[in-house]
Design a protein around this ligand. Sequence first.
Ligand SMILES: *[C@@H]1O[C@H](CO)[C@@H](O)[C@H](O)[C@H]1NC(C)=O
Ligand SMILES: *[C@@H]1O[C@H](CO)[C@@H](O)[C@H](O)[C@H]1NC(C)=O
Ligand SMILES: *[C@@H]1O[C@H](CO)[C@@H](O)[C@H](O)[C@H]1NC(C)=O
Ligand SMILES: *[C@@H]1O[C@H](CO)[C@@H](O)[C@H](O)[C@H]1NC(C)=O
Ligand SMILES: *[C@@H]1O[C@H](CO)[C@@H](O)[C@H](O)[C@H]1NC(C)=O
Length: 407
Amino acid sequence: MASLKYIYTIYIILSFIISICLSVSIEHKQTKFFGPTPTPVNRNLQFNSEGKFKIVQFTDLHYGESDKQDASSYNSQTGVLNAETDAGLVVMTGDSVSGYAWNGTEGWFAQKWLHLVSPMIQHNIRWAFTCGNHDDEGDLDRTQIVELDNTFNLSLTQQGPSDIQGATNYYLPITDSNGDVQTILYFFDSGDDNCQGVVGWGCVYPDQVEWYRTVSTSLREKYGRVVPAIAFMHIPIPEYMDMWNFYTVNGSLYDTGVCCFSVNTGLFAAFKEMGDVVSMHCGHDHDNDFIGNYNGVQLGYGRKSGYGGYGPPAGWKHGARVLEITANPFSINTYLRFEDGTTEIIPAVHPPQVKEQYNTCCDTYGFVNITGNNYSNCKTYEENFLANNPKLYEINLNHHKKLKNKY
Ligand SMILES: *[C@@H]1O[C@H](CO)[C@@H](O)[C@H](O)[C@H]1NC(C)=O
Ligand SMILES: *[C@@H]1O[C@H](CO)[C@@H](O)[C@H](O)[C@H]1NC(C)=O
Ligand SMILES: *[C@@H]1O[C@H](CO)[C@@H](O)[C@H](O)[C@H]1NC(C)=O
Ligand SMILES: *[C@@H]1O[C@H](CO)[C@@H](O)[C@H](O)[C@H]1NC(C)=O
Ligand SMILES: *[C@@H]1O[C@H](CO)[C@@H](O)[C@H](O)[C@H]1NC(C)=O
């Protein structure tokens, strides 16, 4: 018994020393990479005097594959922002950088990031980011990406609680001119691959859903009512697939189905239970842009904004989805804004039908597209990209073997 106690004491002392060493090395890394955190600009998001607040959603910018594509992506963002001069916030719903194109040099990601945030800096517009499945494939992990982003004083991105899955789990309130909160924006980190070890795409894990319930409950108690909310994440929830199959939606599905969570972790159920989230917006599937009302919750894709990666389909312009929110009574007006400055409200074009239904999220077992393939555009593109760049293939293969805590 005495010797057990002795071993236990040694163990405690050792783990204390190790944890100190670890935190010192992490601190060292942070200062090395990112320097001091700047003075933030005004963080308060506020409806204008007409009670409106406008959000521009950039999704799947995919910087990093070539200078030419990055220049085009930059022009796409600039074209949109030139036309949306009254936008209050840019939301980036993931895959801003094609991490698989990492060239093996430290500082690569930071250089791409500076490029992709510069249109917002030039327009003096604040932004909020949530991670996609490709951002952390390069030289930075999810936590470091948030640290890097936070060195820009226009960034409203936040590091989520460290004891739940993912990094970018946070919320931002929007107030009216009296300072009363009228809308909540939730940001979820939907991970990379294989939700809970199940083959397919990532998801918002049960502990994140629980975090959302807790936050939502505390906000309801704080404000004495249910404040309408909008959720942003990269990967769509499985309900997008049901909506495409059985409901009338505006827009199209040209992608390899809907690349949704490989496990339905109950996020939609939590939205219905809490009653605050009435609208959700994602990216991930570059060739899908449909949007509809699924049992009282608006579910929408953005429009592919950047030139890296596959898509969008021939004839589709690059651009952004714009959400114009009106407070009290709450409503959302949404349309697409393209890089050439034009806009479009896609009319309802897809009624429910039996000819083209999907029975499972793409890249999960049992998934076959209409003509018999079971591999998504996303996976196929990344594989071909690396096959065509043997040097990058070596770097990324070795790198990915070393990546820990990837899910
Ligand atoms: C934000 O940072 C820029 C430099 O990146 C600086 O010019 C500007 O004054 C800063 N704004 C505030 C409010 O600190
Ligand atoms: C990798 O990319 C960074 C950023 O674009 C660049 O500065 C660096 O020279 C590149 N390194 C190699 C080995 O190509
Ligand atoms: C869907 O299409 C209808 C009919 O054209 C249009 O009135 C509506 O604004 C569209 N909704 C969205 C969210 O684009
Ligand atoms: C999907 O493709 C892989 C590789 O070609 C194959 O091994 C697997 O059986 C396929 N799964 C389905 C459900 O078709
Ligand atoms: C489905 O798979 C086939 C066979 O690999 C492929 O040629 C086709 O482009 C895919 N269709 C879609 C809509 O992704």
